[in-house]
Each structure stands twice: as structure tokens, then as C-alpha cells.
Design a protein around this ligand. Sequence first.
Ligand code: 8DG
Ligand code: MN
Ligand code: MN
Length: 373
Amino acid sequence: TDCSPPNAVANVSQYACQRRTTTENHNKIFTDVMEELAESSEFNESKGPCLAFRQAASVLKSLPSAVHCLEAIQGLPCLGEHTKAVMEEILTFGRSFKVEEIRCDERYQALKLFTSVFGVGPKTAEKWYRRGLRSLKEILTEPNIQLNRMQRAGFLYYSDISKAVSKAEAKALGCIIEETVHWIAPDAILALTGGFRRGKEYGHDVDFLLTMPEMGKEEGLLLHVIDRLRDQGILLYCEYQGSTFDVSKLPSCRFEDMDSFQKCFLILRLEQGQVEGERGLQRDPGDSRGWRAVRVDLVAPPVDRYAFALLGWTGSRQFGRDLRTFAQKERQMLLDNHALYDKTKKLCLPATTEKDIFAHLGLEYVEPWQRNA
Ligand code: 8DG
Ligand code: MN
Ligand code: MN
């Protein structure tokens, strides 16, 4: 095979926002391993290695073809010695012994299992692990464990919400949300965000952004939508967070994706009959209840922040992280889901579209389906 680096490789940027990454990943055998190593580092609170593995995976995802030898990755950014050693193992033996060791690790297995429950983060998972708990059944039968409301819903709907959501299911939910929102406010603006906006076939939830064309009119909107979903009998769980948005605050320079807009994390009941392609389909008789639970996120920023919120919520997480790093390091600007601040000019740069934000940053526009970094 030809091991000379392809021409394109010479120009790969260290920033995901300067790369185009579709859902077509030619290097999945490497990136799956890197992502497992990143997750394992996260459980060990090794932030540096975690970020390094995530960045390496992201660079490999952007390549136009599969890597067949180490020479082919020469000159690529973000690939450290550690990553290269893992890749060499995979190229030589077809597997990584290091990751296989981790997969067998009792602590890794338990933390991965516990964090797969909606509402359970690494801290709670660690606490349960330290108490000697190893299975979900043990959590549910241990008398001294207090689950919060979100975690109770997470366990109640565990089998449904740990199943991937298909594009057809996301579309069906989009119709339900659209009908509900427009019944309340005919001029409301609704957009699909998250992984499905990036063209993914499957997701862990469905994300939507909504706003009103007139500033301030979005204020009570989300609570109305929630009420209406409840009236329709499809609201299985709702965690609502009111807005804490402060116009006078500068964009945060911390890399967290939490924002201060009003939002809700929902579990909705989706009738299989409403899903395209599932209508009248012969289903597995063991799965014949005719509906499933699906996780849905809704966020409602004021309209003048719509473009920033859309950019942030479309992701991917790695793409968003690199946009913010790029803004800071290369442009002396601060970017988050609310605003873009130019530190040199000492002013906030307004934007009505995502294209405006890329232009302010002096970046070529990257389409949503090219942001799967
Ligand atoms: P998936 O659901 O298909 O697994 O992938 P995803 O759609 O890319 O991930 P996600 O967890 O649904 O998050 C979508 C984007 O939203 C992601 O780039 C992170 C971003 N995000 C924010 N703010 C917040 C927030 O406050 N909570 C959550 N959960 N996500 C947020 O920008
Ligand atoms: Mn999502
Ligand atoms: Mn989400």
C-alpha cells in the first residue's frame, strides 16, 4: 500500500473548526479505541490525557481515508507519542491490548454502567463504586441509596432511553414539538440542533432550539410547551431550568457547555405508529407495547442570542470546544453560547446567523454536517 502522506494531510489544522468532519469516519478502528481511553482517563480525573485522546480521535475522524501505516500520519497535529503507540498496536495486531485491559477493569465497567443512567454523573458513579456497588440491580436494592427525581426517571426508563434514537424517530418528535409550539405561538421559531442537525443517523436524544421573533416574548414559552405536552399525555419526565441569563456578563472563558438560557430535559412518550416506516410494521411480539420513551432537550434563548445558542447546541462538543479555543488563542475573543466578545476592541460582536459568527472569527463557514469532530 501507498504510505506516503496524502496531500491533504499536510494541511490539517489543530482546530476542529478549521476541519470538515462528516459522519463518514474512515478510521473508526482507531477512534473508538481513543474515545474509550478518553473516557477511562475522565473516570480517573486525568484531564490532560482525556483531552489529548479526544483531540487525537477528532483529527483522525476528519481524514478523507483510512490510515494504513504510521508514516501516513506524519505531520498530523494532536497525535502524541501515547496515541501513536496505540495506533501502532492496532496496525500491527489489529487490536489494542491497553484498551482491552481497561475494558476488563472492574472500576471502569462499573463507572461506565452507572453513568449510562440518565442523571448519574461521574461523581455519583464513583460514590456508588466506593460503596462496593457493581450492578444496577444492587443500586436499586441497596436501602441506603437516595436517588433524586432525575435518577429515578433514568432507572424507570433505562431500557428505552439507553436504546439509540433513529432519524425517523427524531423526525416524528420534531412534528410533535412543532405542532405543540405552533399551537401556542404560531410565529415561534423552532430548529432541530444536536447530532441530528449534523446529519447523524442515530442519537442518544433529540435537541431543539426555540425562540420568538420579538425579544422577551420567549420568556414563558417553554413552560407553556411543557404544560401542553403534559395535556397530551406524552410528558413522562420534565426537569425545567429557568433562565439565569445576564446580558451584562461577558462570555465565559471556561470550557463548559452549560449555558444560562431557559431549558428543559424531558422524557417523552413516542407512539411507534407516529414513526415513518414503523406504521403497520410487524414488530417483535416481546416489544409490542407500541410506544417508547425518548430523551428530548429544549432550549429557548432570546432571539438576539439565537445564532450563538444554535452554534453551541449543534456541537459536536469537540467542535464547540475548538471554536472557543480558536477564538481565544488566535483572535483574542471570547465565545460561548450567549455571545462573542472582542477583547481588543472591547465590544460584543452581534450575529443573527451562524455565518456571521464564523465571519467575525475570520473562519471559513463550516456546514452543520461537517461539524462531526
Ligand atoms: P447525541 O445526542 O446524538 O449523542 O449527540 P449530541 O446531540 O451531539 O450531544 P448532546 O449531549 O445532545 O449535546 C448537544 C450539544 O449541546 C453539545 O454540543 C453540547 C451542547 N450543550 C450546550 N449547552 C448544554 C447544556 O446546558 N446541557 C447539555 N446537555 N448540552 C449542552 O451547548
Ligand atoms: Mn443530542
Ligand atoms: Mn442533548
